[in-house]
Design a protein. Structure first.
Length: 694
């Protein structure tokens, strides 16, 4: 028998909560009118979590049983926060409420109904590390090509995961997402994947991806279970719908049932995780999947100033494939976002550091209320070194500091051996990069290395090794011999030589983001050109790696006195009083490959939108005019060029090199810092040469 729910805007219930007083008009409509299929377009800072929490409380106060409500979020933390806020609102715990992540729900339901599709309900769950370890075991049990370029277990694990989430064959994933991988490797990776599946089945284990895949298969293959669950979950609410993948979108469609009480909340303008398998089309096509959809818009922003929102709105309106939204705020008018052109990456770092100190000293803004956002990690190198130099404490959100990254440490390990032939840690890294050399062989070689008096003696020594290990040692020896014969003061050329001697191919076959890694190493090469002594370069990189003021942050806990550094992807959902978005030049942000594909360019623009809407009070958009990488003048980012000039204020900054310390001087916007030169390029080269000499 079909059940009916009374639809009414002003229900005749005695509510404990005064929803009209607690919510704005936009939120109130969602909470009280959210029957049937509903799409809630929640702009940045518009209180979407609050709206979802009050919607659940509203349903419970209407008498809907908690076990009839399914609230799906993307993180355990978000699920716990919503549940606790519901309890605070209602002043009691809604026992039986189905609230959690997609994976959590898949786990619960498969343990109850999994036997319908042949799954033992006592299955074990493999966490991320378990999955990597099992893939590594499967890889080791298969005959691999006799070279050092076959992908490592971590990358194979990511390929397998993407294939599962996108429901695509391994071969398609590799050709589309990892074209750098040798075609001859594809059948071997497919065998590893099959072995991985077999071992999971034999051990009655499911990994995180299986929890979604098998849940979806359950709904597809067991009609009785699908109907039972669609009747049970009278109300389905989904958070961050723009971040769902193909399987998650299918799951929600299957559960909708005949009543179709599905309310999804999200912002297509903040869909920036396609590299993880998220599909913006899930939210964009929701009205097609549910033709009777009611669309609500949360456009009142409680975070940013009108000037910041005007810039963000103007930018995102350049996207064609989107829902129309126009964020507005009741916050007082303030300064326009500042667009700051700097001479080069070093001057950009100078400016950002100096401005942060000025804001701390003159306006009383704490460092932990500021963030510097960048598109790719390599853009942070000069900034991290400048923060180190000025002793400004900082945290890197959700990732490693520049010099702690594996590929950076690999390349520097070769250089460290040139500086110290008895550097055991560096020998460990270098040797394990070679063909046929494992931990036992490394230890064997090291026992012989540590008795040598020089690098020359090591490279001429005849080690007793297996045939396979001998190939690897010959590779390492030849490269080190080549490096030591070169000019060790030309560090940039040393780094390029390491890349050309096989490490570039290792990068391409072992990381899921090889272009970003290679960009890091290119930036390291450019950075090293400032040094004339290898010893000084190695000392500074070591200090950068061990800088006591920096730390890695995986959660929202930030030291009281530290500025945050973050990629834009890691910043989503967070906010700061002051935001710096750096390196806004074409080729870096947007990424060069985005110019060939409209969908990619629109996602890049969504990243710019996310970056700018992190700012509460002040927004600084900076870019270096000159690039050491190319030796050319940079083109300011397309995302800046397409903005009308009235949405930002141009700041002009010039560097003075007359003192012993770099100074950043703010000058009048009408003053041209290059007015005294008839040849801007010559002026630049003279300035850069002077900076390098210093």
């Amino acid at each position: 028998m079909k059940e009916y729910i009374l639809k009414t805007t002003e229900p005749d219930f005695n509510f404990k909560i005064d929803y009209r007083a607690e919510l704005n008009d936009e939120q109130y409509k969602v909470v009280t009118e959210g029957e049937g299929p509903c799409l809630v377009l929640a702009g940045a800072g518009s209180g979407k979590t609050r709206t979802l929490v009050y919607r659940v409380a509203y349903l419970l106060e209407k008498g809907v049983a908690p076990n009839r409500i399914l609230l799906v979020t993307f993180t355990n933390k978000a699920a716990k926060e919503m549940t606790s806020r519901i309890e605070l609102l209602l002043k009691n715990k809604p026992k039986g409420l189905w609230s959690g992540t997609f994976h959590h729900m898949g786990n619960r339901l498969l343990r109850i109904y999994g036997k319908e599709i042949g799954i033992d309900p006592n299955f074990n769950i493999l966490d991320s590390e378990d999955s990597k370890s099992l893939v590594k075991l499967c890889r080791s049990n298969i005959s691999l090509p006799d070279d050092k370029y076959f992908p490592k277990a971590d990358l194979i694990n990511k390929i397998i995961s993407l294939a599962a989430n996108l429901k695509d064959p391994i071969s398609d994933i590799i050709r589309r997402r990892f074209p750098q991988i040798d075609e001859d490797y594809i059948p071997i990776i497919e065998r590893i994947n099959q072995s991985y599946k077999d071992k999971k089945r034999q051990s009655n284990s499911l990994d995180f991806d299986d929890l979604l895949f098998e849940w979806n298969r359950l709904l597809l293959e067991s009609a009785s279970t699908r109907e039972k669950l669609s009747r049970q979950f009278k109300y389905i609410l989904v958070d961050e719908y723009q971040d769902t993948n193909h399987i998650q979108g299918e799951i929600i469609n299957h559960l909708a049932g005949t009543d179709q009480n599905v309310l999804v909340v999200g912002d297509d303008s903040q869909s920036i995780y396609s590299f993880r398998g998220a599909i913006v089309d899930n939210i964009l096509n929701f009205p097609k999947d549910f033709p009777e959809v009611k669309t609500f818009k949360l456009e009142t922003n409680y975070r940013s100033t009108p000037e910041i929102l005007k810039l963000a709105n103007t930018s995102i309106n350049c996207n064609k494939n989107k829902f129309e939204k126009n964020l507005h705020t009741s916050k007082k008018s303030a300064d326009k976002p500042a667009l700051v052109a700097l001479e080069d990456a070093y001057t950009q770092a100078d400016f950002i550091c100096q401005r942060m100190l000025d804001l701390q000293r003159e306006e009383g803004i704490n460092l932990n209320e500021m963030v510097v956002l960048f598109r790719a990690h390599f853009q942070s190198l000069e900034l991290e070194m400048e923060l180190n130099k000025r002793n400004i404490p900082y945290v890197m959100r959700g990732g490693l500091r520049f010099f702690e990254q594996a590929h950076i440490k690999d390349v520097i390990a070769y250089l460290r051996i040139l500086g110290n032939h008895l550097d055991e840690v560096s020998w460990q890294r270098v040797l394990q990069l070679q063909t046929g050399i494992g931990p036992a062989t490394v230890n064997n070689i090291w026992q012989q290395i540590q008795t040598a008096s020089s690098l020359e003696q090591i490279l001429t020594n005849q080690f007793k090794l297996s045939v396979k290990a001998s190939i690897g040692w010959t590779e390492a020896r030849n490269l080190l011999d080549k490096l030591q014969s070169m000019d060790v003061t030309d560090i940039s050329t040393l780094i390029k030589t390491i890349l050309k001697s096989g490490y570039e191919r290792i990068i391409k076959n072992n990381f899921d983001n090889p272009q970003d890694r290679l960009a890091d190493l290119e930036q390291l090469s450019v950075f090293s050109s400032r040094y004339e002594l290898l010893e000084k370069f190695l000392a500074d990189t070591a200090l950068g790696e061990g800088f006591k003021g920096s730390s890695i942050v995986e959660n929202n806990e930030v030291p009281e006195d530290a500025v945050a550094l973050s990629t834009i992807h890691q910043s989503k959902g967070l906010e700061w009083k002051v935001v710096f978005v750096m390196s806004l030049v074409d080729g870096q942000f947007p990424n060069m490959k985005a110019f060939d594909n409209r969908r990619d360019m629109e996602e890049e623009r969504r990243m710019f939108y996310v970056a700018t809407t992190r700012a509460q009070d002040q927004l600084y958009l900076t870019y270096p005019i000159f690039s050491y990488n190319s030796g050319n003048i940079n083109q300011v980012s397309q995302f800046i060029k397409e903005l009308p000039e009235e949405v930002y204020e141009k700041w002009q900054v010039k560097s003075e090199f007359s003192s012993d310390e770099d100074e950043v001087i703010y000058v009048d916007e009408n003053e041209d810092p290059f007015a005294d030169s008839d040849d801007v390029a010559t002026n630049f080269w003279q300035r850069m040469k002077k900076r390098q000499q210093r």
